[in-house]
Design a protein around this ligand. Structure first.
Ligand code: ATP
Ligand code: MG
Length: 310
């Protein structure tokens, strides 16, 4: 069994709430809700664990005020989580699903940045602890997945440093983050696989959004030649484009009416990585990623490919 260490800085407590006939300016009563340990790396880890139990360990920073709740929720998914305590609370996200109209509204409630000296010292300590823990896990895994955005309290080189630890140890590194953090990482070490969406690709590499499809496919292939790696660009319900060592790939997406598309990108990442580690075949990995993403879209739960009725 290939093993992955999944690291992300944006740990989340995710409430997915069903509101039939959701409306502004009135009282909305939920008919059901789910609560999950979440964040991009954790969503991907849950799917990896569903594909092959025991194939993943999460390394997550958790707010000291509600770490126990996150760990209890993760334990219900049999997720192995190593964690680092950070000042304050882990953030909440709310996904409001209205099955009557098929809408999904995401509310991301970031915690305020504490600019006090104690919080700064807490995050400085947590950064070094995270690096040290990553360093201890990396020898025992085949791959590092680093996914998700960076709350401002973390130093901007955090992702780059953790990716470099894994690259220097000869592990496969997959990145699902973008912008300055990805550019910064690429200057220090090149992830073997970059999986981001179309808008993130254009903004990271300075292209206008959207590019025409032919130019987009060309640019992805070009970048994968420049970095000698694999670059996978998902586009929601539109075809997925990828480049591998300069070769262009297209994978068709069969659009479905999503129950909840939140976490589709993370589910894609999990499926892609699981296949890539097994056989390093781009067509097969794109197919597995798409399969997981579609299963997730049909599931109310965010970052899950299980049968919705389970
Ligand atoms: N309506 C849909 N029907 C079928 N597949 C879908 C649908 N929406 C998303 N997907 C699948 O999910 C994959 C990832 O979606 P998307 O490009 O929106 O990811 P993302 O922007 O990274 O999402 P995330 O918010 O999870 O980071 C797509 O490539 C596709 O395979
Ligand atoms: Mg994404």
């Amino acid at each position: 069994m290939k093993k992955t260490l999944a690291v992300g800085l944006s740990s989340t407590l995710q409430k997915t709430i069903v509101f039939p006939g959701f409306a502004l300016d009135t009282v909305n009563r939920a008919t059901e809700y789910l609560m999950d340990a979440s964040g991009k790396a954790v969503n991907a880890a849950r799917v990896l664990n569903q594909l092959e139990e025991g194939s993943v360990t999460c390394l997550s920073p958790l707010g000291e005020d509600n770490a126990r709740l996150f760990l209890d929720l993760a334990a219900r998914d049999d997720l192995t989580v190593d964690w680092v305590s950070v000042p304050g609370r882990t953030r909440y996200c709310y996904t409001c699903v209205d099955p009557a109209v098929g809408s999904t509204t995401e509310l991301v409630v970031d915690e305020p940045v504490d600019r006090g000296e104690a919080a700064a010292a807490g995050f400085a300590r947590a950064t070094e602890e995270l690096l040290a823990k990553a360093g201890r896990h990396i020898p025992g895994v085949d791959a590092l997945l680093f996914a998700g955005s960076r709350p401002k309290a973390w130093p901007e080189e955090t992702a780059a440093r953790i990716c470099k630890l894994a690259k220097d140890a000869g592990k496969t590194v997959m990145a699902d983050f973008h912008g300055r953090d990805l550019a910064f990482t690429l200057e220090r070490c090149v992830p073997d696989v970059i999986k981001i969406n179309e808008r993130e690709f254009c903004s990271t590499f300075g292209y206008p959004y959207p590019l025409g499809v032919d130019e987009l496919r060309g640019r992805i292939a070009e970048k994968s030649a420049e970095y000698a790696n694999a670059i996978v660009i998902t586009r929601g319900s539109k075809d997925t484009y990828a480049g591998y060592l300069g070769l262009a790939f297209t994978h068709p997406v069969n659009p479905v009416k999503a129950v909840n598309a939140t976490g589709c990108g993370d589910s894609f990442t999990a499926g892609f990585l699981h296949s890539w580690l097994a056989e390093r075949d781009m067509e097969a990995a794109l197919a597995k990623g798409s399969w997981c993403a579609t299963r997730n879209a049909l599931n109310l739960r965010c970052g899950s490919i299980r049968d919705p009725n389970d």
